[in-house]
Design a protein around this ligand. Structure first.
Ligand SMILES: CC(C)(COP(=O)(O)OP(=O)(O)OC[C@H]1O[C@@H](n2cnc3c(N)ncnc32)[C@H](O)[C@@H]1OP(=O)(O)O)[C@@H](O)C(=O)NCCC(=O)NCCS
Length: 353
């Protein structure tokens, strides 16, 4: 827990962007692959559909579009980005980092670029790092992107996991701001004791890839969902409370809470415990499933571009994930309500035509 010391610079978000692949996979599509059905998935998770990357799309391709949109909103040239923090569990390759591949595609030639592996909490950890870097004067502009192509590590023969996850990318530009706006508190935690609750057993140093690991399906996600559920609720509730406390707020002061989208029942349980009303908790899990490190920045960009956020709003974030990791943050939103560009209005009209 680290409330903002008065000596460091304030840090805020000046632009957001998201991208999800075009291909939609519904629960009905999944029911053709495994023994499941739409009713079970909707009732137990809230998910109706998720996006799946095209075969030629890797994580850096998804991240590129989200980052270009975020930089355009912030009116920042890629060459003026000081650092790129890319949160993911599904980099293009293990070497080089996905962030370096993204840097090259983006033309952010001055930026230091590196990956953060913190599973679904990755974007919140990236926020914490951006705040530290900018607050201390190490960087002026930090691009944080959460991106996943989880469909590449999901076992589509395992109904316990394959219904949950989807692909996508979300990004935000962080820059310095005045003392009363921007990020007020960040909460970041890990507990390696819970490592086996959510894991990909093989592929790197512990259990290198072999014909045996492929045959045993050890390159796919394995999850003990029942153990994660109560941990998710407790940890996210705790982070929101701690961050609000550090900001001198109570959870009901929040105008909007953006929780990690893992399961609608988890989100609902947190909402009830915090006594926050439904209209103040953002949910899009029905359309995208769990996109891990991308879920919070995707949700944030949707809130921004739909005009849901206005200057002065009190905004909270909370996440948990494999590792285990968890955390949260609270901020005062510092941008005026977003006005859609002509092309965005045109695209929206086209979508409803
Ligand atoms: C995974 C999760 C949705 C399972 O929901 P649940 O209510 O705990 O369901 P259970 O695991 O108790 O399963 C209940 C039954 O449904 C079955 N089931 C599991 N997946 C199913 C599916 N996709 N379709 C149909 N039935 C399914 C189970 O086999 C079980 O059947 P049984 O009683 O005959 O053994 C839930 O535990 C969860 O969301 N946990 C958190 C996971 C998470 O967030 N992971 C990401 C971390 S970032």
């Amino acid at each position: 827990m680290s409330p903002r010391p008065s000596a460091i610079r304030g840090v805020t978000i000046t632009g957001t962007g998201m991208y999800v692949p075009e291909r939609v996979m519904t629960n009905f599509d999944l029911a053709k692959l495994v023994d499941t059905n739409d009713e079970w998935v909707v009732e137990r998770t809230g998910i109706r559909e998720r996006r799946i990357a095209a075969p030629e799309q890797a994580s850096s391709d998804l991240a590129l579009i989200a980052c270009q949109r975020a930089l355009a909103m912030a009116k920042v040239d890629p060459k003026d980005v000081d650092q790129i923090i890319l949160a993911t569990t599904t980099p293009d390759r293990i070497l080089p980092s996905c962030a370096c591949t993204l840097q090259q595609k983006l033309g952010a030639t001055r930026a230091a670029a590196y990956d953060v592996f913190a599973a679904c909490t990755g974007f919140v950890f990236g926020m914490g790092m951006a705040r530290g870097l900018i607050g201390a004067g190490v960087a002026d502009t930090v691009l944080v992107v959460g991106v996943e192509t989880l469909s590449r590590i999901v076992d589509y023969t395992d109904r316990n996991t394959c219904v949950l996850f989807g692909d996508g990318a979300g990004a935000a530009v962080f820059q310095a701001c005045g003392p009363d706006e921007g990020l007020h508190a960040i909460d970041m935690h890990s507990d390696g004791e819970l490592g086996e609750v959510l894991e990909v057993p093989a592929g790197i140093s512990r259990n290198p890839a072999s014909a045996g690991t492929v045959e045993a399906r050890e390159h796919f996600i394995r999850m003990q969902g029942k153990k994660l559920f109560p941990f998710a609720v407790r940890s996210m509730e705790d982070s929101v409370r701690k961050c609000c406390d550090a900001a001198g707020w109570v959870p009901t002061d929040l105008d909007l809470l953006i929780p990690h989208q893992a399961n609608l029942r988890i989100i609902e349980a947190i909402r009830e415990r915090l006594a926050v009303s439904s209209d103040k908790v953002y949910v899009n899990i029905d359309r995208f499933g769990n996109t891990s490190s991308a879920s919070i920045p995707i949700a944030l960009d949707e809130c921004v571009r739909s005009g849901r956020l206005k200057k002065g709003d009190k905004l909270g974030f909370a996440a948990f994930g494999g590792g285990a990791t968890w955390g949260g943050s609270v901020m005062t939103w510092s941008l005026p309500a977003y006005v859609a560009t002509e092309s965005e209005v045109f695209a929206a009209k086209g979508a409803h035509a």
